[in-house]
Design a binder for this molecule. Structure first.
Ligand code: ATP
Length: 245
C-alpha cells in the first residue's frame, strides 16, 4: 500500500534522508520513530508529495507519487500535528469543501459517522476560532478520512487531545487498521507506538537503523530479555537514556 524505494532527500548539500526503503501493507500500522532531526518529517512530506525526493520512488496503492501526483494523493490522508483550517468555514463547510475537492458525492452520509466517532456532531456549525485545539485536530482528521484513503499518515496525532480524545484517537487508528488502511504513525510517544503499532521503523541521522514487526525489532535489541520499546529505542539509536536523578 505504501512502497518507498531508495528514498534520498537533500536540502542543498545536506542529506536529511539517505537511501530509505520500506513497504507497508493493508492494515499494517507502522510507528516511525527517531531522535529530533532524524528525518521523519522529511520522509512523511516526500510520501505525501509535499516535497520531491532527490532520488528514489514512492508508490501509494501502486500509484507513483511523482508520475501521477493527483491520483497518488487520492490514496492518502496526511494529518499533520498542526491542523491547518480555513478561518471562515464551519466544521460542516470544511467537510463539504473537502468532499468537493475529492469528488465525494455522498459526503453527508460519510461525514455523519466520522463526526460521531470523533464526538464532533454537535460542533458542525462552529468556526475554527470557536473550537479548542483538540477539536481542531479532530476536524483535520475528519477531513482527512472523508475520502476513505487507503493510507493515512498521522504526525504526532495526540497533540492537544484530552484523555478521552486520546482514547478515541487510538480507537480510530485501530478501526482504520481493521478496515485495511495502511497507517504510518510518527510520534515521540513510544507508549502510543507500543500500544497501536504492528510495525516499526527507527531512523537516525536520516538512515534506517531498524525496521520490521514490533516483535522482530524488539527481539533484535532485547538480548533475550523482555524490554520495553523505550529501551529498544535507546539501544537502536545509541542515544543516552535520560533518567531522572
Ligand atoms: P523532529 O523529531 O525534531 O521533528 P524529524 O525527524 O522530523 O525531527 P526533519 O524535520 O525531517 O527531522 O529534519 C531532518 C534534518 O533535515 C534536520 O537536520 C533538519 O535540520 C533538516 N531540514 C529539515 N527541513 C529542512 C529544510 N527545509 N531546509 C534545510 N534543512 C532542513
Amino acid at each position: 500500500m505504501i512502497d518507498v524505494a531508495h528514498l534520498t532527500k537533500c536540502y542543498d548539500q545536506f542529506t536529511a534522508v539517505r537511501d530509505l526503503s520500506f513497504s507497508l501493507g493493508p492494515g499494517q500500522v507502522m510507528g516511525l520513530v527517531g531522535p529530533n532531526g532524524a528525518g521523519k518529517t522529511t520522509t512523511l512530506r516526500c510520501i505525501a508529495g509535499i516535497i520531491p525526493p532527490t532520488q528514489g520512488s514512492i508508490r501509494l496503492g501502486g500509484v507513483d507519487v511523482l508520475a501521477q501526483p493527483a491520483e497518488a494523493k487520492r490514496q492518502l490522508a496526511f494529518i499533520p500535528d498542526e491542523p491547518r483550517l480555513f478561518e471562515y468555514l464551519t466544521v460542516a463547510q470544511h467537510l463539504n469543501f473537502v468532499a468537493r475537492l475529492y469528488g465525494v458525492s455522498d459526503y453527508v452520509a460519510r461525514a455523519e459517522p466520522i463526526l460521531a466517532e470523533l464526538e464532533m456532531t454537535d460542533k458542525k456549525d462552529m468556526l475554527p476560532g470557536e473550537l479548542s485545539r483538540g477539536m481542531k485536530q479532530k476536524l483535520a482528521i475528519a477531513c482527512g478520512l472523508l475520502h476513505q484513503p487507503k493510507a493515512v499518515i498521522f504526525d504526532e496525532p495526540l497533540t492537544g487531545l484530552d484523555p478521552g480524545g486520546i482514547r478515541r484517537m487510538k480507537e480510530v487508528m485501530r478501526r482504520l487498521s481493521r478496515d485495511g488502511t495502511a497507517i504510518i504513525l510518527s510520534s515521540h510517544l513510544l507508549s502510543l507506538v507500543e500500544e497501536v503499532c504492528t510495525h516499526l521503523l527507527i531512523l537516525k541521522n536520516g538512515e534506517k537503523v531498524a525496521d520490521g514487526t514490533v516483535a522482530e525489532v524488539q527481539a533484535r535489541y532485547s538480548g533475550g530479555s523482555d524490554i520495553s520499546l523505550e529501551d529498544v529505542f535507546f539501544r537502536a539509536t545509541g542515544d543516552v537514556e535520560q533518567r531522572p536523578s
